[in-house]
Design a protein around this ligand. Structure first.
Ligand SMILES: [Zn+2]
Length: 499
């Protein structure tokens, strides 16, 4: 039998601040264990927390980007439990009055898994959010045989918990949700949201039922999911497992299960009977926050969302929807593209300006080169667009040489390869060094006339309608030219003379 699937996600996302949530220790990843600690983040008795304003502002910014509202007053609570990674016996978090309430995350088509993009069940879907609250991350424990090691560098890192409503209906939607959310958080500079570095972590709640009118089935929570593709696999496994149980008349019991990526299966951790009672109460060490002044401060920083950017790229630069989705997927890439294509723009914190008086460059040409050449080269080198050695101004200068006919497309690729290695040089100078320069008008005409005179049979064939032989004649001209003219120009000249 097939069942209706209901999924809600709880995403924990580290906020991109220089220092921790309640102390001045540096946030870090991969440093010597326990090298960024103090009495506050070690949870020593009597140490008092001090709020990190930047973490609060970035969380409010995330909320504004996805249409959340905020209560007038937001406050801090203690969630009581003991665990070696939280030795002060409570986590400082937000229960009653979180920073952000409601809102929604749009699922972008290009954020679905590649094999699922042709068959999107709910195009344009927006997943409703319940809340976003801010809390402190715990220390990181590593288990080796019978001992456990604890690194407190991570303890106290600002952590947003983004809780969705149970709006997701498939593993593919959960995948698209996480990718879309990741992109939005990166766009706003709120988080790098890198799952490999543990900056983005996710718990999945999933239940099955027969009919839409039935109450929701027992909730199964999945833990230990550390990649978006693992989340997709875990949900597929769990749908299958629960369906088989239900088919055999075995009801599900509310429980928590662990995903074992090597075995490709979930395993029972605990049932509801073991659930903690955290005894939340208001944190006596921290004053509540008035959100209005902070919201006023961050509102001007709200950047265009990826879908807004994409729509503008299609409209202003006449690029295809696919190109627009690629270019809008990263704010640095979007800013780079706009600088190459030729309008001054500011996306988030990145700001690149080009002269408004410079000549026009079709957006399509800029998009094609960036997506097909530049991104390919950067991927090979394993570096991001924000570390690209070639500036947008230089790339624009290069593409303008193609636009005005000085360079053919393949010649531009060669110039680019050199420019990438020697980014201080000017594209025009590199073109000259490589011998790519248009022949003087008279010189080119003489070469074309000579080719026509020397190849009467081919010329006759062209005149009879075999235009393919234009390529042969172009080749003859190129062979005899002292410089390397743009073959497209040569072909045009031949065409003009013969047809
Ligand atoms: Zn500290």
């Amino acid at each position: 039998m097939t069942y209706l699937v209901t999924i809600g996600l709880e995403v924990h996302c580290q906020v991109k601040t220089a220092t921790k949530m309640f102390c001045a220790c540096r946030t870090s990843f991969g440093d010597t264990p326990n090298s960024h600690t103090c009495p506050v983040c070690l949870g020593l008795p009597g140490a008092l927390p001090v709020l990190n304003r930047e973490a609060i502002e970035l969380t409010l910014l995330a909320g504004l980007m996805i249409q959340c509202s905020s209560p007038e007053i937001s406050k801090w609570d203690r969630k009581n439990y003991f665990y070696p990674d939280m030795p002060k016996n409570y986590q400082t978090t937000q229960m009653e009055l979180p920073l952000c309430i409601g809102g929604g995350v749009p699922l972008y088509d290009h954020c679905y898994p590649t094999d699922a993009r042709k068959n999107i069940a709910n195009p344009g879907k927006v997943v409703r959010l319940n809340r976003i609250h801010l809390e402190e991350d715990v220390a990181k424990s590593t288990h080796l045989g019978n001992s456990s090691l604890i690194d407190f560098n991570r303890a106290g890192t600002p952590l947003m918990e983004i809780v969705s409503e149970p709006d997701l209906e498939s593993a593919e939607e959960a995948f698209a949700y996480l990718r879309s959310l990741q992109m939005i958080l990166q766009q706003g500079g709120v988080s790098d949201a890198d799952m490999e570095e543990g900056q983005l972590r996710c718990d999945v709640n999933i239940s099955l039922r027969h009919h839409a009118t039935d109450p929701l089935g027992s909730k199964i929570e999945l833990k230990n999911l550390n990649s978006i593709s693992a989340i997709r696999r875990a949900i597929h496994f769990e749908i299958q497992r629960q369906s088989e149980d239900l088919d055999r008349g075995l009801p599900q019991v509310q429980s928590t299960r662990r995903w074992d990526d090597d075995r490709g299966e979930t395993q029972l951790m605990r049932t509801k009977e073991d659930a903690h009672d955290y005894r939340y109460f208001t944190c006596p060490d921290l004053l509540p926050i008035r959100t209005a002044p902070l919201l006023d401060k961050v509102r001007p920083l709200v950047p265009e969302l990826p879908h807004e950017l994409a729509a503008r790229f299609i409209n202003d630069f006449a690029v295809t929807p696919y190109d627009a989705s690629v270019l809008s997927s990263d704010r640095h890439l979007a800013a780079f593209f706009e600088a190459v294509a030729g309008t001054g723009v500011s996306v988030g914190t990145a700001s690149l300006q080009t002269r408004s008086s410079s000549p026009a460059l079709p957006g399509k040409r800029a998009a094609n080169f960036i997506i097909n050449n530049l991104l390919g080269t950067l991927n090979e080198q394993g570096i991001g667009i924000d570390s690209c050695p070639v500036t947008p101004e230089k790339l624009r200068a290069l593409l303008l040489l193609v636009e005005d006919g000085t360079l053919a497309a393949n010649q531009a690729n060669e110039v680019f390869a050199t420019l990438y290695q020697e980014p201080d040089r000017e594209p025009a100078a590199i073109a000259t060094t490589l011998g790519f320069k248009p022949a003087a008008a008279g010189e080119l005409e003489a070469l074309v006339d000579a080719a026509i005179a020397n190849n009467p049979a081919e010329v006759a064939a062209v005149k009879a309608g075999n235009e393919k032989l234009l390529n042969f004649l172009t080749g003859q001209v190129m062979k005899n030219a002292a410089t390397k003219p743009n073959p497209k120009q040569v072909t045009e000249l031949l065409r003009k003379k013969l047809l």
